[in-house]
Write a protein that binds this ligand. Structure first.
Ligand code: PHE
Length: 462
């Protein structure tokens, strides 16, 4: 198979940003921030992003660029001939490759929720599901039924599969150039509107002023998981993207752009939703936030001004688009892994992956209706409150991704060698102002820090 490269640096930034910006920013970040104390979560997230998220993002891209392979092959090549230690580190590639297989099914479930709300705005007057009295019931009624969520889930899977199947990603990237900025402008407009809602001031304070008393281990664990999810790191995707880069490309500034862009979108999404939650329901509502947050709050925002129906429709169309581009990159990675490792043809790999997505996704959907009492992680501390979707999310983001990240760090430090690795990052002759931060993070913080998170995530420290 001929390996495609990016024709320009902008091509890389757009593709990586298209994968990075998605439901993680618009659906996941705001509800976690609301739930884990607002400002303190935001602060923790930003600090982790600038240190540790940055270090991993640049490491993964450079591993891809050095080897020209996707994660399993990259780990295998770099560990070859390194004896016993190499054999220990090499399976890290598999962990990275396993994560997107777990994420894609439930990502498509949420994608289905977005699709449903797009249809709702197109067909139902917002007054029916966008008032403070009706929005939560409407949402709960929807997810706890069996038919509709399954149908919308499948619609979203089909959209994603069609893009991958017909290979129209290039066309999608072209769309992206227009739709992404439009989405951001729309979010900024909604933010400004939400600032002026009565009671939004308290919400703004909740979002922007860190309250140290709300800090706990869970703030770090969840902020870290969010970082992985949002930047698409610790799951092989950035290794694959880096493998499309040419040696002369400026890795350093491309990575800066992706990091900045992704963080900006998350920050804005929080600014759009959190003041509104507090305005409508007070701080208590924010503390009780869960995965349904945007689906309960945004209709209320759109129901509160004339013309909100059409703005809501446009909003959900654009979010659907952002979600689809991310889902496509997840599916592409899975297909690629299956093709390379199991030597399958493209269509067989796609077929098997779709079956996997359909089965796990359907189980997840039913986890809100007929199987709503199932708690897969009941043996873990806190697991008794996690439904199927929460459990998949927890296993991938709080357990497997930190493990994958530890392997990546060990690969860089002990197998490749930090000096050699840094030299290859700089090979494009571009200045690298954050080299010190990078080295510091890789050597000092990353390993002990990740181990603490891991212990936490598995409940051993509780
Ligand atoms: N980063 C994407 C988001 O924020 C999700 C994603 C994860 C996409 C992994 C691709 C790979 O929604």
């Amino acid at each position: 198979m001929k390996k495609e490269g990016f024709s320009s640096r902008l091509g890389f930034v757009l593709a990586a940003a298209g994968s990075a910006v998605g439901l993680g920013n618009i659906w996941r970040f705001p509800y976690l921030t609301a739930k884990y104390g607002g400002g303190i979560f935001l602060l923790t997230y930003l600090v982790l992003m600038l240190t540790f998220g940055y270090a991993l993002l640049i490491s993964e891209n450079n591993i891809g660029r050095m080897t020209g392979k996707s994660p399993i092959g990259a780990f295998r090549d770099l560990c070859a001939g390194k004896g016993f230690w190499g054999r220990i580190i090499s399976p890290g590639g598999w962990i990275n490759a396993l994560v997107p297989l777990i994420i894609l099914p439930y990502y498509c479930v949420i994608g289905g929720w977005v699709t449903k709300y797009m249809f709702a705005f197109a067909t139902t007057p917002v007054a029916d599901f966008g008032t403070p009295e009706s929005s939560a019931d409407y949402f709960t009624g929807f997810i706890s039924s069996t038919g509709e969520p399954l149908i919308f889930f499948l619609v979203f899977v089909l959209i994603t599969a069609a893009v991958v199947c017909f290979g129209v990603e290039k066309g999608i990237e072209r769309f992206n150039k227009v739709l992404m900025p439009t989405l951001i402008l729309l979010i900024i407009g909604i933010c400004i509107y939400c600032m002026f809602l009565p009671g939004a001031g308290a919400g703004l304070k909740y979002y922007l002023m860190p309250d140290l008393q709300k800090f706990s281990y869970m703030t770090v664990v969840e902020a870290m998981g969010q970082l992985f999810f949002s930047l698409s790191i610790a799951m092989g995707i950035m290794i694959t993207y880096g493998s499309y880069m040419r040696p002369q490309d400026d890795l350093v500034s491309s990575v800066n752009h992706v990091e900045l862009f992704d963080t900006a979108v998350s920050f804005l999404a929080g600014l759009m939703i959190i003041p509104a939650v507090v305005a409508f329901g007070g701080e208590e509502a924010a503390g009780n936030a869960g995965p349904g947050l945007i689906f309960v709050i945004m209709p209320q925002v759109f129901g509160s001004f004339p013309g909100g129906q059409i703005v809501g429709l446009v909003f959900f169309i654009l979010v659907l688009f952002a979600a689809a581009t991310s889902a496509v990159s997840l599916l592409e990675t899975n297909v690629h892994t299956l093709m390379q490792e199991l030597k399958l043809s493209r269509s067989k790999a796609l077929f098997f992956n779709l079956i996997e997505v359909a089965v796990i996704g359907a189980v997840t959907v039913l986890g809100y209706s007929i199987w709503k009492h199932i708690r897969p992680l009941v043996f873990f501390k806190g697991g008794e409150n996690m439904d199927i979707l929460d459990s998949l999310d927890f296993i991938s983001n709080s357990i497997l991704m930190p493990i994958g990240a530890v392997f990546t760090t060990l690969l860089v430090i002990t197998v490749i060698g930090l000096k050699k690795f840094c030299d290859s990052i700089k090979s494009s002759d571009c200045p690298w102002h954050r080299e010190f931060v990078y080295r510091f993070c890789m050597v000092v913080i990353v390993i002990p820090f990740l181990l603490i998170v891991l212990l936490n995530a598995t409940g051993l420290l509780h």
